[in-house]
Design a binder for this molecule. Structure first.
Ligand code: AMP
Ligand code: ZN
Length: 488
């Protein structure tokens, strides 16, 4: 497999071990995550699922930043404790993940977990003892970037050149150099009740340190892949490298992968710019999590993605085509039990091309092109009656493997049939038994208005979810009592 490595700025061959250790920077839980954040998480989900399909075990950590300036300010403004303030945002993050079908990381450590705070304090202690850190006049502890020669190599910033001109000693700065970053921020009144005791006085950890500590505690000194959005490259990931490598003396990360931003009219989607949508906003507008997932997934992770409603509409159309295809394949195989035939190609298309496209730096656009080409071509073959049942079964098996990466199976295929629909269907069965065709038709319409359809086979009537219901509102809902009153 080949991936673009931010450190070398090249697409490189990557040979993973059986277990791949991945660290993914998670949300700062001071508010609901926006779909820009989720663009990065969807990319990480694709990476995770792809590696699993290639038979690797993924050990992935995603942190929750639940202490920083923004979370503290939010808690103070709301007049509640930090943990009470961040709890609903953590919950909302996990709900959104579920809506977007994101594969769970192995661990979701929170920065404020006691074992993580202890790990952060141990790192600072180590860095101080080796001269990589110092305590400033305000009692905060800073990382001394001049002590780490390769500082700046990830972002390609030459700090050596800047150093002579950027030496600042003012009342405002008690740091030795302006680029030195805080490992431990000494408590001040603005922090209210938020602080931890440490050998250097009460205070709280710096954000960069949080990630280093959680990565090393849960994944070890050396990890395979570290991901985030491109805004994380500097200073966050640069600082993580400095902290970890000064502690362990080993290369921290083999491969750095960063997602380009989700943009809105040329600017990054961000809370501070006020140009953001949350997953909840879009769900309320009637988009499904699956449609949002498709829109975020379908553009290569290193290409900036412009967010538009037209983009979501296009996602809906593509999924509609996918759903029709899956439905057609299921309908064909439903009444037949056949083992899958051997199907490596479909006309000119090699089915393996979907997976090999992803071997090249997760080329999702090429992979999706293969999928839609397979859809188009198989419709044609089915229209010509040129696919056997065994081949259709094989096609469905291929789709299931593809879906283990895409996670785009229609919501509704295996959905539980609601009681109300079952009752309407039972009434219809009785109407048909007594040859009351008029009643039976009305009942069929009632069922269809609720997004379901009935198919009459020789032995029974089948109830299936109609793909892409025409409306998401409840306007068409038919109440069973009302139906009985009107039609009995
Ligand atoms: P934050 O909660 O700000 O720490 O961000 C969480 C993750 O979302 C980080 O990996 C960021 O790089 C990423 N991120 C933030 N904004 C965007 C955006 N507009 N597009 C893509 N990723 C983003
Ligand atoms: Zn991080």
């Amino acid at each position: 497999m080949y991936f673009y490595n931010t450190l070398t700025r090249k697409v490189e061959y990557f040979s993973p071990q059986k277990v791949v250790r991945i660290y993914t920077c998670g949300p700062t839980v001071y508010n609901h995550a926006h779909i820009g954040n989720f663009r990065t998480y969807v990319f990480e989900d694709l990476l995770h699922r792809y590696l699993e399909t290639r038979n690797h075990q993924v050990l992935r950590v995603m942190n929750l930043t639940d202490v920083d300036d923004k979370t503290i300010q939010g808690a103070l403004r709301a007049g509640i404790s930090l943990s009470d303030y961040t709890a609903p945002y953590k919950k909302s993050f996990f709900n959104d993940m579920k809506a977007l079908r994101l594969r769970s990381a192995t661990h979701y450590p929170a920065a404020t977990d006691p074992e993580n705070i202890a790990a952060m304090i141990a790192i600072i202690d180590h860095l101080l003892s080796r001269g990589h850190a110092y305590q400033a006049e305000d009692h905060s502890i800073y990382f001394r970037i001049s002590s780490f020669k390769s500082y700046g190599s990830l972002a390609r910033v030459n700090f050596e050149a800047q150093r002579s001109s950027a030496r600042i000693r003012s009342d405002e700065y008690t740091k030795e150099e302006i680029a030195d970053f805080a490992l431990w921020k000494a408590w001040n009144q603005a922090d209210g009740a938020v602080y931890w005791e440490s050998p250097w006085g009460k205070g709280r950890p710096g954000w960069h340190l949080e990630c280093s500590a959680m990565a090393m505690r849960l994944l070890g000194d050396q990890i395979d892949i570290h991901c985030g959005g491109i805004d994380n490259i500097f200073p966050h990931h640069e600082a993580e490298i400095a902290q970890c490598e000064c502690v362990s003396g080993k290369k921290f990360v083999r491969l750095w992968m960063h997602a380009a931003h989700l943009m809105v009219e040329g600017t990054k989607m961000a809370k501070s710019a006020g140009n953001f949508y949350t997953v909840g906003d879009l769900l309320e507008q009637g988009w499904s999590g699956r449609e949002i997932r498709y829109a975020l997934l379908s553009v290569h992770y290193r290409t900036p993605l412009n967010f538009t409603m037209e983009g979501l509409e296009a996602a809906r159309q593509s999924l509609h085509r996918l759903d029709e295809w899956i439905r057609r394949l299921h309908d064909i195989t439903r009444d037949h039990s056949s083992s899958p035939g051997c199907l490596e190609t479909l006309g000119p298309i090699s089915l393996n091309d979907f997976f090999s496209a992803l071997d090249h730096d997760l080329n999702i656009s090429a992979a999706l092109a293969v999928l839609f080409e397979v859809i188009r071509h198989s419709h044609r073959l089915l229209n010509e009656d040129a696919l056997s049942i065994a081949e259709v079964v094989a096609l469905l098996a291929w789709w299931r493997k593809v879906n283990s990466i895409l996670a785009l199976e229609p919501d509704l295929l295996d959905e539980e049939i609601p009681e109300e629909i079952k009752k309407l269907a039972l009434l219809r069965e009785k109407a048909r038994a007594s040859k009351n065709w008029n009643q039976s038709d009305l009942l069929r319409q009632a069922i269809e208005k609720q997004g379901w359809s009935v198919q009459d086979t020789k032995s029974e009537q089948k109830i299936i979810r109609k793909i892409a219901p025409s409306s998401r509102s409840n306007d068409h809902e038919v109440n069973i009592e009302k139906f009985n009153r009107t039609h009995s």
